[in-house]
Design a protein around this ligand. Structure first.
Ligand SMILES: [Zn+2]
Ligand SMILES: [Zn+2]
Length: 76
C-alpha cells in the first residue's frame, strides 16, 4: 500500500498502527472515506482482507473506490 504524505507528498512508512513521514517527522492516521458521501467508512475485517461499509446507505465499498485521507496523529 502506497500512502503519500498529505504535506510533502512523499511515501510514508507504516509504523506500529500508524503512518510515519520521515521527511516531516510526523505521524498520520489513515481514514477511509466513502467516495459518494465523504463520510468515514466502517472497516470490516474478514479472511485477512478488509472490506469497507458505508453506514449512510451506500453499502459495501470496493477498496479501489475508497478515498483515503491522512490526518496528523497524536499519542496524547
Ligand atoms: Zn511529509
Ligand atoms: Zn456513503
Amino acid at each position: 500500500m502506497d500512502a503519500l504524505c498529505p504535506v510533502c507528498g512523499q511515501p510514508m512508512n507504516w509504523v506500529s498502527g500508524h503512518f510515519h513521514c520521515d521527511t516531516c517527522h510526523t505521524d498520520y492516521k489513515q481514514t477511509a472515506l466513502c467516495p459518494d458521501c465523504q463520510q468515514p467508512l466502517q472497516a470490516l475485517k474478514a479472511c485477512g482482507a478488509v472490506d469497507y461499509f458505508c453506514q449512510n446507505g451506500h453499502g459495501m465499498i470496493s477498496k479501489k473506490r475508497v478515498t483515503f485521507t491522512y490526518s496528523p496523529y497524536s499519542d496524547e
